[in-house]
Write a protein that binds this ligand. Structure first.
Ligand code: FAD
Length: 457
C-alpha cells in the first residue's frame, strides 16, 4: 500500500477559518451532509478523490479540503515535486533556475487531505472507484480529474537520443532538459537556430515561440545575431490561433528577420548529422524537407496519460469528455475535470486552469444540490498566454473560446510592454504559489470587469 499523509495542523485550521462564504462565492448553496465514513475494508471511501495534483488538482484539493475538512478528500499524485511549468520559458532563457520552478508536493498538499503518493492505475466510474498502482482502491462520491498532459517524446524519431546526447538540442517542456536551453544559447556559434511546434495539441501554444524571441534577443545582445538564421517551423497552418496576436507576432518575426514556416511538422531528428526532418502538412502526398541545425528547440507531441485515454471517461481522441462550460463529465454526472487532460476547446494553460477552478466549484455545488450545473457555471474559455518577446518585453494574450481577446487591462495588450514582462516574471509566480495552488484564485474575471468599468464580458 502507498504511504498516506494525514496531518492536521494549526495551519489547516487557520486556512479553514479564513474562508468566508458570501452570496457571490462559488461555494454558495447547501451541501449534502452524506460525507463518507472511513471504511474498515481495504477499499477506502472518500467524499472527493482528486486524480493528479498539478496546477488544477492541487487547487481543487486545497479548496475542497478547506471547505469539507479532514478525511474527506483523497489525492492521488506520484510526484515528489510540484512544478510551476509556466516558469520553464524563463528557465530556458536563463532568467530563473529550474529549482525556482518547483516546490515539494508535501509543502503544498492540504494537511487535512489523504495523499496517496502513487499513480492512478485505473479509473472505474461505473463503480465510483479509482485504483492505484500499489493496490489501493478509493471509492468516491465525486471525482475530480486533473491528470494533465504527458510528453510523447518517442513519437518523434531520434528526439530522445538528441535530448540525451546533443548539447545543442533542447526542450523547455521537460524539467529534466529545461536547463539545456540556455547553455545552447551560450554555445551557439553559427548556423540555423530552429524552433518547432507540432501539429497537435500542446500545453501553452505560445511557449515554442517565446523561447525563440528570447534566443533572438540573447544573440542580439551577445553579438551573435549576424551568424544566426532563426527559423520557426510550425506544424499548424498559422503562427498563433488568435488573429489579433497572430498579426502582432507575424510583424515581430518580419522585423527581426525570423523565418516562419507553417505546416512544417517535425518527424525525425538525426542529431549525429545535425539534421531535422519535417513533414509538409499541406501536401496531398507525403513530402518531407530536411534542415540542418546548429541549435534546435523542439516541442514534442503530448496527450493525456494512458490511464485516462483507456478509461470510460475518455472520448475517441483520448481526452476526458466534459461539458465545456461546466467541466461536468458528459456521461458520469459525479465526475468533473479540468485542465490539459480535458477536451475543453481552449488553449491549455495554467491561466485557463485557474478560471476552470472557479467553474468546478460552482459545478460541484450545483451537482451536490441537485441543481443543473449549466444554470450556475458558465466558463467562457478564458485563457492567457504571456508571449515573452524579449528580455524585457511581453505581449499578454488573453482570449476566450471564440478566440476573441478578453483582456484584463484597460489598454491594448497587443503591444509589447515592459510592464507585462514584469507581470509574467515577478508577479505571476507569486500569484501561483500564494493563491492559485491554494485554490484561492479563479482568474482575473472580476479585475477585468472593474478595469473596464463593467463594460467587459
Ligand atoms: P499539470 O499541472 O501538468 O498536472 C498534472 C498532474 O497529474 C501532475 O502533477 C502529474 O504528476 C499528475 N499525474 C500524471 N499521471 C498521473 C497518474 N497516472 N496518477 C496520478 N497523477 C498523475 N500556462 C500559463 O498559464 N502561462 C504560461 O506562460 C505557460 N507557459 C508554459 C510553458 C511551458 C514550457 C509549459 C510546459 C507549460 C506552460 N503553461 C503555461 C501551461 C501550464 O503549465 C499547464 O497548462 C498547466 O500546468 C495544466 O495544469 P493541469 O493541472 O491540467 O496539469
Amino acid at each position: 500500500m502507498a504511504s498516506v499523509y494525514k496531518v492536521v495542523s494549526s495551519q489547516f485550521l487557520c486556512q479553514r477559518s479564513s474562508v468566508k462564504l458570501t452570496s457571490a462565492s462559488p461555494w454558495r448553496g447547501s451541501w449534502y451532509s452524506t460525507a463518507a465514513e472511513p471504511a474498515s475494508s481495504p477499499q477506502k471511501e472518500y467524499k472527493f478523490v482528486v486524480a493528479g495534483a498539478g496546477s488544477g488538482g492541487m487547487a481543487m484539493a486545497n479548496a475542497l479540503t478547506r471547505k469539507f475538512g479532514k478525511g474527506k478528500v483523497a489525492v492521488v499524485e506520484p510526484s515528489e515535486l510540484h512544478f510551476y511549468q509556466p516558469m520553464w520559458t524563463l528557465v530556458g532563457g536563463g532568467i530563473k533556475t529550474k529549482e525556482d520552478s518547483s516546490r515539494t508536493m508535501s509543502s503544498l498538499m492540504p494537511k487535512g487531505a489523504d495523499w496517496y503518493k502513487d499513480r492512478v492505475a485505473k479509473l472505474d466510474p461505473d463503480n465510483n472507484t479509482v485504483s492505484t498502482t500499489q493496490g489501493d482502491v478509493l471509492k468516491y462520491e465525486y471525482l475530480i480529474v486533473a491528470l494533465g498532459f504527458e510528453l510523447n517524446i518517442s513519437s518523434i524519431k531520434g528526439m530522445q537520443e538528441a535530448l540525451d546526447e546533443d548539447p545543442m538540442f533542447c526542450c523547455n517542456y521537460s524539467y529534466n532538459y529545461v536547463d539545456k536551453t540556455f547553455k545552447a544559447f551560450q554555445n551557439f556559434k553559427k548556423g540555423n537556430a530552429i524552433f518547432t511546434q507540432p501539429a497537435s495539441p500542446i500545453k501553452c501554444a505560445g511557449a515554442p515561440q517565446k523561447i525563440m524571441y528570447l534566443a533572438h534577443d540573447y544573440f542580439r545582445k551577445n553579438g551573435k545575431l549576424q551568424d544566426a538564421n532563426i527559423i520557426f517551423n510550425q506544424g499548424l497552418p498559422k503562427i498563433f490561433g488568435v488573429p489579433k496576436y497572430a498579426a502582432v507576432l507575424t510583424d515581430i518575426c518580419k522585423s527581426r528577420d525570423i523565418t516562419v514556416n507553417v505546416n512544417h511538422n517535425l518527424v525525425e531528428v538525426r542529431h549525429d548529422k545535425k539534421e531535422a526532418i519535417f513533414k509538409l502538412m499541406d501536401k496531398e502526398t507525403p513530402e518531407y524537407v530536411t534542415y540542418q541545425y546548429e541549435m534546435m528547440h523542439a516541442t514534442p507531441h503530448m496527450s493525456p496519460p494512458e490511464v485516462l485515454k483507456s478509461s470510460p471517461l475518455a472520448g475517441p481522441a483520448g481526452f476526458m469528455t466534459v461539458n465545456k462550460h461546466t467541466g461536468q463529465h458528459t456521461k458520469y454526472s459525479n465526475v468533473v475535470g479540468l485542465g490539459d487532460c480535458t477536451d475543453i476547446p481552449t488553449s491549455r494553460t495554467a491561466a485557463a486552469v485557474a478560471a476552470q477552478t472557479g467553474m468546478l466549484k460552482q459545478t460541484l455545488a450545483a451537482i451536490m444540490n441537485n441543481h443543473d450545473p449549466e444554470k450556475v457555471a458558465h466558463y467562457d474559455g478564458y485563457t492567457s498566454c504571456p508571449l515573452i518577446t524579449g528580455y524585457n518585453t511581453c505581449v499578454l494574450a488573453e482570449f476566450d473560446f471564440d478566440l476573441n481577446p478578453l483582456e484584463t487591462f484597460p489598454f491594448d495588450q497587443g503591444k509589447e510592454r515592459r510592464t507585462m514582462y514584469h507581470l509574467k516574471k515577478d508577479f505571476m509566480p507569486q500569484l501561483y504559489w500564494n493563491m492559485m495552488v491554494k485554490g484561492l484564485w479563479n482568474g482575473p474575471g472580476l479585475m477585468r470587469k472593474l478595469s473596464h468599468f463593467g463594460f467587459s464580458k
